[in-house]
Design a protein around this ligand. Structure first.
Ligand code: NAD
Ligand code: ZN
Length: 532
């Protein structure tokens, strides 16, 4: 059950016709949780239909029964519960469920609710017969308007399909499960979520020994705290640290790690935690994927880039003879705990690196996220950290990656969109002899690839400028620096590992929120880079 602890019930609430049962079922399925409909449970327990209880015993008695059945359900394991449309009008019920988890209140406009209710077979005592629905629903909505709008998580699904509504709820809650790789990967994005790390791992079946692996920058800040949280939950903890930086992603480091794990008696019943940025996630993930043919690992990503990118998707890798990520595997962490509070200690340059990947995700599939990356987030001042804004930005960026990983877990075709900005970006990193940081190179790559889209007539002329404006606000570069040798740059792209017979395959933006994969580019198309 992964990231779900006693307090992680999910309650789907809202007026009649808002889709609580259908959506609740779908959400439970996506998250691998049991599902329960409170009204169905009441009918099961009492042996009577809801309408019968209302008619014979009255609403007050019904509410009593509802509370009792609800309390009983909360004694069991976490699940998704579709509540009755008026069940939380009672403040005691409301505080009860809010203590046990999160409530999402669905909403839709009157006409849509009405249309849905008229085609539904379910009888609703407060709405009367089909020809009374319209007026009775209006009165009910008016009565409960303040009540429904008082919830923290409200989702208007008037124009959303069942799948879209479910996905939006997952983004709101910051909960995702990726399937289709060596094991399911449960992702939990929660501010201060690390405080319940022990419970979360226990609920995932982790039992005894855990080794926490980190790098020399992150370990002094977080290792002791993480170990103490885990020890309080009864785990036996060992800690391991290696020097920070890309240079540590080596077979030698891997072999040292395996030997230490062997010495500590780490086996398939133990767990390994990668606590750090993308380097730690890649290195530990790869070591875990091969040790004893694969042991469980969990990721606690601490850099923005690792939170939105490196910890998600199951790819692990190390470098060989300077070739990046040449040796690797698909072995996702069983659990990713993304707690943005750790970003408080991350240097601003590293935040910028991560922001470049977030802008990339926004261009790929989320125009709303693109707008969020505007001036409100620029400056990247964590002293003025608006945690709600950051949470939303991070959840939406992760959602983009999860979506494409889920439809193409083994990176065969569609996941290629995630490469946006990277074909040019990698060539820029190389041509700058790595003076450009990864995020800077990707930022320039995003603008140049948008220019290429314009040249290929698949995007409007203003697209590069739209992207450039956001990058400028974030303090990221958007033009190729003078010190880059243009000929060398073009050659690097031509000899990219994905080039075939002199043709290079790009993922190119069409507009903000849409990318075309598999665009064939030949040498002449790249000539414009000589003048940028
Ligand atoms: P990194 O791990 O080197 O972290 C950047 C720097 O920030 C390091 O010095 C690190 O010690 C420090 N740091 C991290 N978290 C901190 C914190 N909370 N407080 C203070 N300092 C902190 O690099 P990165 O940018 O996180 O990741 C880049 C790596 O990720 C590359 O090796 C890249 O290949 C890999 N990557 C992998 C994937 C994947 O799918 N597997 C995807 C993208 C990138
Ligand atoms: Zn990248």
């Amino acid at each position: 059950m992964g990231i779900f602890t006693k307090k992680s019930f999910i309650f789907i609430y809202g007026p009649p016709g808002s889709g609580k049962s259908t959506i609740g079922k779908q959400l439970a399925n996506s998250l691998g949780l049991p599902f329960c409909d409170l009204d169905d449970e009441i009918e099961l327990v009492t042996g009577k239909e809801i309408i019968e209880i209302f008619q014979i015993q009255g609403e007050a008695k019904f509410r009593d029964i509802e509370t009792k059945v609800l309390k009983n359900l909360l004694l069991g394991s976490p699940k998704v519960i579709a509540l009755g449309g008026g069940s939380l009008c009672d403040p005691q019920n409301r505080s009860l469920v809010e203590n046990y988890g999160q409530v999402v209140c669905l909403y839709a406009n009157h006409d849509i609710l009405c249309a849905r209710l008229k085609t539904s077979k379910k009888q609703r005592p407060l709405l009367g017969s089909t020809n009374e629905i319209n007026s009775r629903l209006s009165a009910l909505l008016e009565r409960r308007q303040d009540h429904y709008s008082s919830f923290t998580h409200i989702l208007d699904n008037s124009n959303l399909s069942i799948e879209e509504t479910t996905w939006q709820i997952q983004i709101i809650l910051g909960l995702f499960v990726i399937r289709g790789l060596t094991e399911d990967c449960h992702i939990n994005i929660k501010y201060n979520g690390l405080s319940s790390l022990g419970e979360q791992l226990r609920s995932h079946g982790w039992t005894d020994r855990i080794i926490v692996v980190s790098d020399s920058n992150v370990a002094p800040i977080y290792s002791a705290e993480i170990s103490s949280i885990l020890e309080k939950s009864g785990f036996h903890i060992a800690q391991e640290t290696f020097p920070a930086g890309e240079k540590s992603k080596t077979p030698q480091n891997c072999s040292e790690m395996w030997n230490r794990w062997l010495g500590l008696g780490i086996d398939r019943s133990s767990g390994v935690i990668a606590l750090g940025g993308g380097v730690v996630c890649d290195q530990v993930g790869f070591a875990a994927s091969t040790y004893m043919r694969g042991i469980h690992w969990a990721a606690i990503p601490t850099s923005l880039l690792a939170i939105v990118d490196a910890s998600i998707g199951g790819k692990t890798g190390i470098n060989l003879s300077q070739v990046k990520n040449l040796i690797g595997s698909f072995h996702p962490p069983a659990v990713v705990i993304a707690d943005p509070s750790v970003l408080g200690s991350l240097p601003v340059d590293e935040l910028r690196n991560g922001m470049a990947e977030i802008v990339k995700s926004a261009i790929i599939a989320d125009p709303y996220l693109f707008n969020l990356c505007d001036s409100r987030i620029s400056g990247l001042q964590f002293q003025n950290f608006d945690s709600n804004l950051w949470m939303e930005v991070i959840k939406r960026a992760i959602a983009v990656k999860v979506h494409f990983v889920q439809i193409d877990p083994l990176d065969k075709d569609q996941r290629e969109v995630l490469n946006l900005g990277h074909t040019l970006g990698h060539a820029l990193e190389k041509a700058s002899d790595f003076r450009l940081r990864h995020g800077e190179a990707i930022a320039i790559g995003l603008v140049c690839e948008a220019c290429l889209s314009v040249k290929k007539k698949i995007a409007d002329e203003d697209l590069p400028n739209k992207i450039r404006t956001i990058l400028d606000q974030l303090g990221l570069p958007s033009t190729i620096p003078d010190f880059i040798d243009r000929d060398y740059l073009v050659d690097s792209i031509r000899y990219d590992k994905k080039a075939k017979n002199g043709k290079i395959i790009f993922s190119l933006p069409i507009r903000i929120g849409e990318v075309k994969i598999g665009v064939v580019i030949d040498h002449d198309d790249l000539k414009f880079l000589e003048e940028v």
